[in-house]
Design a protein around this ligand. Structure first.
Ligand SMILES: Nc1nc2c(ncn2[C@@H]2O[C@H](COP(=O)(O)OP(=O)(O)OP(=O)(O)O)[C@@H](O)[C@H]2O)c(=O)[nH]1
Ligand SMILES: [Mg+2]
Length: 462
């Protein structure tokens, strides 16, 4: 057992509305942390969150209210009567905190300063779109008086009007040379790592602890991705194994019901992926996912959707049977293609019988089964992978980095269907869409896990 250490405490400070709470949400991956709005003074109280690794709290982060009136506060501190002995920065701040104004006019600022004095270091969050106004200089001067290491975090760096250079210059003049760019809504993929690396520049003794956190976060990326591929593999096996018997006169209703169930099953996977990546439908960042209100906009069974994702339209769809899109009908173990059979159901069977021969004839009356066709499986796989990809990059400005034509997508478009799915087709009991919960089944689990592993391997992003 390693000895439990006391957590490193970090205060997140800065002007109001610069994204302090957003930064905390990103670092804690807790979308429910605090309240965020485009209005200033959203956060009114200090609120803490812990970052733990293997049950050990490594860091405590404290969100603070925004500075509102730094100029007045600086003037107030400066005009306080002289003392016998000249006070240093932290003493001056403490003296201010002991005044009655600290509980009144400067109540918000006092909360921030108290927290910073109690912390080991602070993140100073900056809206880099703002010009470096006097109020920010005074704010920084006051915060610097606390005598704590400060790491400036340049937020909104993806905005075209950002003034990063001007900010860097003024920060350097204050002795703040380690600066990190971090768009808290759409952080760069290695943003967190850089944030902690820069923090260890100003807090050298904490380097091992920060390194541990970095490694933990990197491992978590892999863990989440693996879990994501498992969800996708489970969706695909579930749908590939689906096989429903239908009496002839209910064919159209049955196709529609199957369409709906498959759509819902896909949506369950979408929601599980959103949860895995700690997204909520109303998150600002969720707007930039390839979803509309938390679901795929284009209908799974619309042939245009297949085209859009580059999947060859097969079976009934190619033949133009819109009702049977994405579905195959089997009789006697042979796929007839939904279009052929829909035609046959309405008109004569002669044509079909002639081409399939006696094998069908005997079984025609008894066995008619609907399955979801390969093209639909391919489309499902591609869509969910794109979502996983987007979630990993947390949407937003990261959007352009979402790769569209990965080897994995090409495999789904043109390659053989994964063997696990071909196998699943022979095991209707593996599917949750056949009216029964799939039994816990070692082979089903094995199929899902090997499929998930091969997807992750083909992904090969790292
Ligand atoms: N585009 C973009 N928007 C951001 C970023 N960071 C924060 N925002 C938005 O800026 C607004 C303010 O964010 P908050 O996190 O509430 O800011 P705050 O500093 O905690 O504000 P107070 O608590 O009021 O002091 C919200 O609308 C956020 O969605 C960013 O890096 N990029
Ligand atoms: Mg806030």
């Amino acid at each position: 057992m390693t000895e439990q250490t006391t957590p490193l405490t970090l205060a997140v400070v800065g002007h109001t509305n610069v994204g302090k709470t957003s930064l905390l949400r990103t670092l804690t991956r807790d979308v429910g942390f605090g309240a965020i709005s485009h209005r200033p003074s959203t956060t009114r109280h200090v609120e803490g969150a812990r970052l733990s690794v293997d049950g050990e709290a490594l860091i405590e982060l404290y969100d603070t209210p925004g500075f509102e009136d730094a100029i007045a506060l600086y003037e107030y501190i400066e005009q306080l009567p002289p003392t016998e002995r000249r006070l240093d920065g932290p003493e001056q701040i403490q003296r201010f905190l002991d005044t009655s104004e600290a509980a009144q006019r400067f109540e918000q600022e006092a909360k921030v300063l108290r927290q910073l004095l109690q912390s080991d270091a602070g993140f100073y969050v900056i809206d880099s779109r703002e010009p470096v106004l006097a109020k920010y200089r005074d704010e920084l001067a006051i915060l610097a008086m606390c005598g704590k290491p400060l790491l400036p975090v340049l937020n909104f760096v993806n905005a075209p009007e950002q003034r990063e250079a001007a900010w860097r210059e003024v920060l350097a003049r204050l002795g703040l040379h380690a600066v990190v760019r971090f768009d808290s809504v759409a952080p760069p993929a290695d943003g967190e790592q850089r944030l902690y690396e820069n923090l260890s520049l100003v807090l050298d003794s904490q380097r091992p602890r920060l390194q541990r956190l970095i490694e933990h976060n990197q491992a978590q990326v892999q863990v989440r991705r693996k879990a994501g591929y498992r969800l996708i593999a489970e969706l695909l096996v579930d749908i590939a194994a689906c096989r429903r018997s239908v009496p002839p006169h209910q064919l159209e209703d049955a196709i529609q019901a199957l369409h709906n169930d498959v759509r819902q099953r896909e949506q369950r996977c979408v929601e599980a992926l959103l949860t895995l990546y700690a997204f909520r439908k109303d998150d600002a960042e969720a707007q930039d996912l390839p979803l509309e209100e938390g679901r795929w906009g284009e209908d799974l069974f619309n042939p245009a959707t297949m085209k859009q994702f580059g999947v060859k339209v097969g079976g009934g769809m190619a033949a133009g049977a819109a009702t049977g899109a994405g579905i195959d009908l089997f009789t006697g173990g042979l796929s007839l293609g939904a279009a052929t059979v829909l035609g046959a159901a309405i008109g004569g069977f002669t044509q079909t019988f002639r081409s399939y021969g006696e094998r069908i004839k005997g079984k025609w009356r008894g066995e008619r089964e609907l399955t979801v066709n390969d093209s639909t499986l391919r489309l499902l796989a591609i869509r969910q992978q794109r979502l996983l990809n987007a979630l990993e990059l947390r949407g937003h400005a990261a959007q352009e980095r979402i790769q569209m034509d990965t080897p994995l997508e090409q495999q789904w478009r043109k390659g053989e269907l994964a063997p696990q799915l071909t196998t699943a087709r022979a095991y209707p009991a593996w599917s949750s869409l056949n009216g029964r919960k799939p039994r816990p089944d070692h082979e089903r689990t094995h199929a899902i896990e090997t499929l998930a592993a091969s997807l992750a391997k083909l992904d090969a992003r790292d």
